[in-house]
Design a protein around this ligand. Structure first.
Ligand code: PLP
Length: 286
């Protein structure tokens, strides 16, 4: 059965949702996106994703879609229509189509394109990978300099995932000037003793919505948090490592560039944070 997707005000079967070949997200990667998880048929961290979307749009001088204030209802309607219990909702806004190709932004009469679709993922929370942990390779961070904006320029992260796959691993951590920035689609952490270490916020990384929640829960649970850059060597000698994102929640990392992290099995801090995150996020879901 085909999905019902949302395109510029309409709920349509996926085969009927069409956008112009001149859409700037297609020609220029001139688009921003968000991924919100669904657990128990409810949205996780919706307010954070909506706020970051608003910021991404503002940073790129992109118009807000007219129905920006209806986004919560649109998400909920898609969950209902596609009967999603566990999964994700992908949302993309592009600068729209001016009916031709031009580097210059079109004027305000060209309306943004708003697309949302669901991804049904039964078992998202009870992911067996969380019991095994991720194996990571490190690669050079060759992305653009505004990684705080969640744009659809995902070719390099996609290449990174392919490099990881070719090496028999699950993901890649990106390294710039000798320090880890983040994962291809997640924020990166190490644990040393009783301290959780993750890179500080700047234009160098995406300000993860899961990161913000996990650090809040960690501090509430009296865990120590240090927001600073770290190297691959420091990570390889850490007691634990993990990543966070909206779709993987808290995912332990057990190997980096062939070196086992700690015992080489998922660590207790990552496990505890995953449990707290899932429990608290389910309670706060809308
Ligand atoms: N960093 C990058 C580069 C990402 O692409 C993502 C998610 O897609 C994240 C971090 C995690 O962000 P969030 O927790 O908001 O999903």
């Amino acid at each position: 059965m085909s999905r019902i997707v949302y395109l510029n005000g309409d709920y349509l079967p996926e085969e009927e949702a069409k956008i112009s070949i001149f859409d700037r997200s297609f020609l220029m990667a001139d688009g921003v996106y968000e991924v919100t998880s669904v657990l128990d048929g409810k949205l996780i961290d919706f307010a954070g994703h909506a706020k970051r979307l608003e910021r991404s749009l503002a940073e790129l001088d992109m118009q807000k879609p007219d129905n920006f204030d209806d986004l919560l209802e649109i998400h909920r309607e898609l969950v209902r229509r596609n009967d999603i219990n566990e999964g994700m909702i992908y949302l993309q806004v592009s600068r729209g189509s001016a009916g031709d190709r031009d580097f210059v932004y079109p004027d305000a009469s060209v309306k943004p394109t708003l697309v949302l679709f669901t991804q049904n993922k039964p078992g998202l929370a009870d992911n067996p990978k969380a019991r095994e942990g991720f194996k990571i390779i490190s690669i050079e961070d060759q992305r653009w300099g505004r990684r705080d904006i969640k744009t659809t320029q995902l070719l390099y992260p996609s290449m990174g995932k392919m490099m990881a796959k070719a090496a028999g691993c699950d993901d890649a951590w990106l390294v710039e000037d000798g320090h880890v920035t983040e994962g291809t689609s997640n924020n990166a952490y190490i644990v040393k003793g009783d301290t959780i270490i993750t890179r500080h916020l700047s234009n160098d990384i995406l300000h993860g919505i899961t990161r913000a929640a996990v650090l809040r829960f960690a501090r509430e649970a009296q865990m120590k948090v240090e927001e600073r850059a770290f190297t691959i060597e420091e990570a390889q000698q850490a007691d634990e490592a993990f990543v966070t994102s909206a779709s993987t929640f808290v995912m332990p990392v057990v190997e980096i560039d062939g070196a086992a992290i700690g015992s080489g099995t998922p660590g207790p801090v990552a496990g505890r944070l995953r449990d707290i995150y899932l429990e608290e996020s389910r309670k706060a879901a809308v």
